[in-house]
Design a protein around this ligand. Structure first.
Ligand SMILES: C/C(=C\COP(=O)(O)OP(=O)(O)O)CCC[C@H](C)CCC[C@H](C)CCCC(C)C
Ligand SMILES: O=C(O)C1=CC(=O)c2ccccc2C1=O
Length: 301
């Protein structure tokens, strides 16, 4: 075997462990919150925005790194070759690497709070981190009770988007709250999708994910309803006058939404085929949130 043949699967495993596309979920709440702030107040502080983005990526890195540490303690990741703990065999090192990311991310948010002489943004983000810990850390492990999607909705939706908006304006906005409902739903869809192929490992480890509770067939139906729901929601918010008409640009993400629904409908009970569905959900999330934010920016120019 050549070095290339040996090293390629390792590289793939590392990429699966680091999951680069997933980091768009950290960026979008701040992008959408910042875009609404720009549309409503014509303000945009580049230093605050870029510091917030880097900090959010670091905080999400902590969430994912520590997820591998906590999951190694319950045995749920026994077949997950791309767990950082399984890849390195160094649980303590991985744990402290995660903590380093968390501290660095929080220092970034603290810098924003210090510039603004206002503890609101750091308080919201600490609350998000608390939800993130309760998702996976002892003694809570709420993700094991099937409550992850609710925590995810609040962390990346109302809390994350409001923090993004507040960091630009130091005020609150109903429009940003409405936009956060869409961001929250579409982020939770990713987490929901991530359970389909893991049903057997989850049952063995006592994790009652929504898909374990519902079964894959009903889970597929629920997924379709929630995926489709974001489009009438944005139309409703335009009709009610909360959103500018340009935000309907987010409907251009519909082809990815259809692809996701079709794929899950056809393959929900075939773990090897369904395992990539969370990355189709990441594409729905990326394009719908990017275009939603762009709609606000265009309306603000
Ligand atoms: C780590 C997460 C999912 C992985 O779950 P699972 O254990 O099923 O995955 P594996 O199969 O890969 O082991 C995501 C959990 C999200 C959590 C509910 C909320 C996190 C909040 C963030 C820490 C806050 C980020 C702030 C925001 C403004 C960027
Ligand atoms: O690894 C995963 O499955 C996920 C990681 C992650 O950071 C995230 C964030 C927000 C929603 C879903 C997810 C995942 O599913």
């Amino acid at each position: 075997m050549t070095t290339n043949q040996i090293s390629r699967p390792k590289i793939k495993l590392w990429m699966a462990a680091i999951k680069p596309p997933m980091y768009s979920v950290a960026i979008m709440p701040i992008w959408v919150g910042g875009a609404v702030a720009f549309a409503e107040n014509k303000v945009f502080n580049v230093a605050v925005f870029s510091t917030f983005i880097v900090a959010a990526i670091l905080i999400l890195a902590w969430e994912n790194i520590s997820n591998d540490v906590f999951d190694s303690e319950t045995g749920i990741d026994i077949n997950k070759h791309h767990s950082l703990v399984n890849l390195t065999g160094k649980k303590t090192l991985v744990f402290w690497l995660g903590n380093l990311c968390l501290i660095s991310g929080l220092l970034g948010i603290l810098a924003i709070a210090t510039w603004q002489q206002d503890p609101t943004v750091i308080s919201i983000i600490l609350l998000c981190c608390g939800l993130g810990y309760m998702y996976q850390g002892p003694p809570f492990r709420l993700g094991y009770q099937g409550l992850g999607e609710i925590l995810c909705f609040f962390a990346f939706g109302p809390l994350g988007v409001s923090a993004g908006y507040y960091s630009q304006t130091q005020t609150w906005s109903i429009t940003s709250l409405a936009a956060s409902v869409i961001v929250g739903i579409v982020t939770s869809l990713i987490l929901f999708c991530s359970h389909f192929h893991q049903v057997n490992d989850d049952i063995a480890a006592g994790k009652r994910s929504p898909i374990v509770r519902l079964g894959t067939a009903s889970g597929a139906k629920v997924l379709i309803w929630f995926t489709v729901s974001i489009y009438p929601f944005s139309l409703l918010f335009v009709i009610l006058g909360f959103f500018p008409v340009w935000t309907l640009l987010s409907w251009l993400s519909l082809p990815y939404a259809f692809k996701l629904c079709r794929h899950v409908q056809q393959n929900h009970n075939q773990p090897e085929k369904i395992s990539n569905c969370k990355f189709i959900a990441v594409a729905v999330h990326f394009w719908s949130c990017l275009l939603l934010g762009l709609g606000f920016v265009i309306a603000g120019i």
